[in-house]
Ligand binder design. Structure first.
Ligand SMILES: [Fe+2]
Ligand SMILES: [Fe+2]
Length: 263
């Protein structure tokens, strides 16, 4: 088994991000013919969190699986779906008592895709070490998944690079999310795992990591509380395309960044 392609979209931010997925994902799918489409959905509902309605819109647009991150529990109406759905994951190293699950296996086109979501612990709060939890989940998935794709939702590039090395040779891909800023270090590591520190976001480049730039600047200039709204200018899709090789590992990782097509 090899030669499959996975398209992964960075954090989809608010309505502009959702619309970008609706208008632009079909042509990306046509151009790259991915076997699986994954996206980070932690910011789809008003810029923070996710709801059943917004998740449905993304599934309808062609996304197979959603990963999340630190904003996942923002909307209570999502908790039941997190518990019952086998198409969405939240960080696996959160408390066991939290809603949802941290890893799933999705069967598509005769391939068993293991999807793992982890949260960083540097400048963020997670109950358990992502490194130890990753070890445990990879051991569990052995034999159950043909490929394991990891979304490491983390702030610090050091922690993300370290996770890449930790899982090199044991996962198809380790991709970073959360900062909303894409990094230029995408590569297949020597052991065969595709890695990038951060995929970036599916959202407005005309703001500050998805928020209206005027409001963020006011906050920095006045150091007073400011209400934040989702930025709408210059929306792009930032993603990576990972091609599979032998033994559950990667042949290539390619960064894809395109402006959203008009609605
Ligand atoms: Fe995010
Ligand atoms: Fe985040």
């Amino acid at each position: 088994m090899s030669g499959e392609r996975v398209l992964f979209l960075g954090d989809i931010v608010g309505e502009p991000g959702r619309t970008a997925v609706t208008t632009t994902l079909p042509s990306l799918i046509e151009r790259h013919s991915p076997d699986l489409v994954i996206a980070n959905g932690e910011n789809v509902a008003g810029g923070l969190g996710i709801t059943p309605r917004t998740a449905d819109k993304l599934y309808a647009a062609g996304i197979d699986v959603l990963t999340t991150g630190n904003h996942v529990f923002r909307h209570r109406e999502m908790y039941e779906l997190l518990d019952s759905s086998d198409r969405i994951v939240r960080p696996a190293n959160y408390l066991e008592s939290n809603p949802g699950r941290g890893h799933i296996v999705v069967e598509k086109g005769g391939v068993r895709w293991g999807i793992v979501n982890l949260s960083g612990n540097v400048f963020m709060q997670a109950a358990h070490s992502p490194f130890h939890v990753a070890d445990r989940i990879l051991a569990q998935l052995r034999g159950d998944a043909d490929y394991v794709f990891v979304d490491f939702h983390a702030e610090a590039t050091s922690e993300k690079v370290a996770m890449g090395w930790h899982l090199d040779g044991r996962a198809l891909a380790v991709v970073g999310t959360h900062t909303h800023v894409p990094t230029a270090d995408g590569r297949v590591l020597p052991g065969g795992t595709a890695f990038i520190s951060d995929v970036g976001m599916t959202g407005a480049r005309g703001g500050v990591i998805g928020v209206r730039k005027e409001q963020i600047l006011e906050r920095f200039m006045t150091q007073m509380p400011v209400k934040f709204d989702t930025a709408t200018e210059d929306v792009w899709i930032m993603a990576v395309l990972v091609e599979t090789g032998e033994h559950g590992l990667a042949r290539s990782i390619e960064q894809i960044m395109v402006p959203a097509e008009p609605a």
